[in-house]
Design a protein. Structure first.
Length: 428
């Protein structure tokens, strides 16, 4: 193997918590079945932020220098001999998961569960597979996707988080005329709202702890109504969806909101055991869910609940907010073990469904992000809604600044930070 016409790639390399270094590395010719791509745009994800902030994401710790980034698109710059599915200069989206194509899950079309999955920018396997925060990378041709002419590089980068929602909506059988509630309005939650609207939902409402994000969701047309949960110290209640300005502490891992737990203290008794504490929290979650439903005038609950925070209390609330026969989609990944009201779910036949990454979603995601994507129920076309998520842009050499801003959640002027894009200098 020898270097190609572009002898180096510049990469943002993570060495440890908050330790990102810009380095030049040798750029090698693509091996059999691979394509070299000039990365143009990469969106920063919540999992990237966890690696940056802590040097780990859950159980997966960085054990060697790692290039982060997995929401990306770029331009083909070189092909391995025999690869004839792409051409040099072609615009492509990069699907970051490299599945084996031979295990039982891959054969059944559920390759997101592949036992040999190697995911760019994840420390789940060692040696790690570098991600897309670099100027050029080699990637298997079978996980690259041609871009429609009307899809920009930035929108193509959003095909990755949108794929998460497409996969979960398939599992939930999301359809027209349903009532949808979304917990957590980071980028993933906002895309859940946008996709539900595109699918013809009768009503889409959103709940969060962050008033600024909720204001954005309502103002920009992602949600019909929004509700801000009160702080643990607040004893007031609300009968209107937008009258709770204080933010309590919920823990979205996938959408970048804070990472503490939403807990309340009983005013009537003092729990003394772990079981008592769990039951007290469950009681408060039920009360909070009732308040949410009352505020929205939806006492019967919702057809589909998208839980995009991963916080234990919010998962509990999601079950209470589902209608009889409804579905709860668990998308957030913040709690390893949760105390759940399973009898409530069982007696009302509420389906609790897990959702992990995606499989065979990129063609649909890119079609939805194309300007030709229309729906008679869209007040704002999905591509326009998705584009609103990109609030800030940085160049590769400023990747550390990009992560620091994402971690704060606001920019230097106090402006809301949602999706941060890192580019390599070429117009997106």
């Amino acid at each position: 193997m020898s270097p190609v016409a572009f002898p180096t790639t510049t990469a943002a390399v993570l060495y440890g918590p908050r330790d990102i270094r810009i380095e030049d590395r040798t750029s090698w010719a693509p091996s059999a079945g691979h394509v070299q791509v000039k990365v143009v745009a990469t969106g920063l994800c919540g999992s990237d932020l966890h690696y940056y902030s802590h040097g780990r994401n859950g159980d997966f710790a960085v054990r060697a220098p790692l290039v982060l980034g997995h929401e990306s698109a770029g331009i083909v710059t070189a092909l391995a001999p025999g690869v004839n599915t792409f051409s040099v200069g072609q615009r492509v989206a990069i699907e970051a998961g490299i599945h084996c194509r031979t295990c039982s899950f891959c054969v059944k079309g559920r390759y997101n569960l592949c036992r040999q999955m190697r995911f760019c920018s994840s420390a789940s396997r060692f040696p790690h597979v570098d991600g897309t925060l670099q100027t050029r990378m080699n990637h298997p041709a079978y996980v690259l996707h041609p871009l429609p002419d009307s899809v920009s590089f930035e929108l193509a980068a959003l095909a990755e988080p949108l794929s998460v929602l497409i996969h979960s909506s398939r599992r939930a059988n999301l359809s027209a005329k349903q009532n949808i509630i979304v917990f957590g309005v980071g980028a993933i939650g906002l895309l859940a709202c946008a996709l539900a609207k595109h699918r013809g939902a009768a009503r889409v409402v959103a709940v969060d702890i962050n008033p600024a994000r909720l204001e954005f969701a309502k103002r920009e047309g992602f949600a019909d109504e929004v509700y801000c949960l009160p702080s643990p110290q607040s004893t007031s209640s609300s009968t209107t969806p937008q009258s709770l300005p204080e933010a309590c502490c919920a823990a979205p891992k996938t959408n970048g909101v804070s990472s503490s737990s939403h807990k309340h203290t009983s005013t009537t008794s003092t729990p003394t055991t772990a079981r008592d504490l769990a039951e007290e929290q469950l009681k408060k979650a039920k009360e909070s869910a009732s308040a949410v439903l009352a505020a929205f005038g939806s006492t019967e609950g919702y057809d589909v609940v998208f839980e995009c925070t991963g916080a234990e209390t919010v998962i509990q609330m999601s079950i209470f907010c589902a209608m009889t026969g409804g579905k709860v989609m668990l998308i957030g990944m913040g709690t390893r073990a949760a105390y759940l009201p399973l009898s409530t779910a069982a007696l009302r036949e509420v389906d609790i469904l897990g959702s992990f990454r995606y499989a065979d979603t990129y063609p649909e995601a890119l079609a939805l992000l194309s300007s030709s994507s229309t729906s008679t129920t869209d007040s704002i076309p999905l591509p326009q809604l998705a584009a609103k998520l990109v609030t800030h842009r940085f160049e590769l050499q400023d990747t550390k600044k990009a992560f620091d801003m994402l971690a704060k959640g606001v920019d230097e002027d106090g402006g809301l930070v949602l999706k941060v894009m890192v580019g390599t200098g070429e117009a997106c």
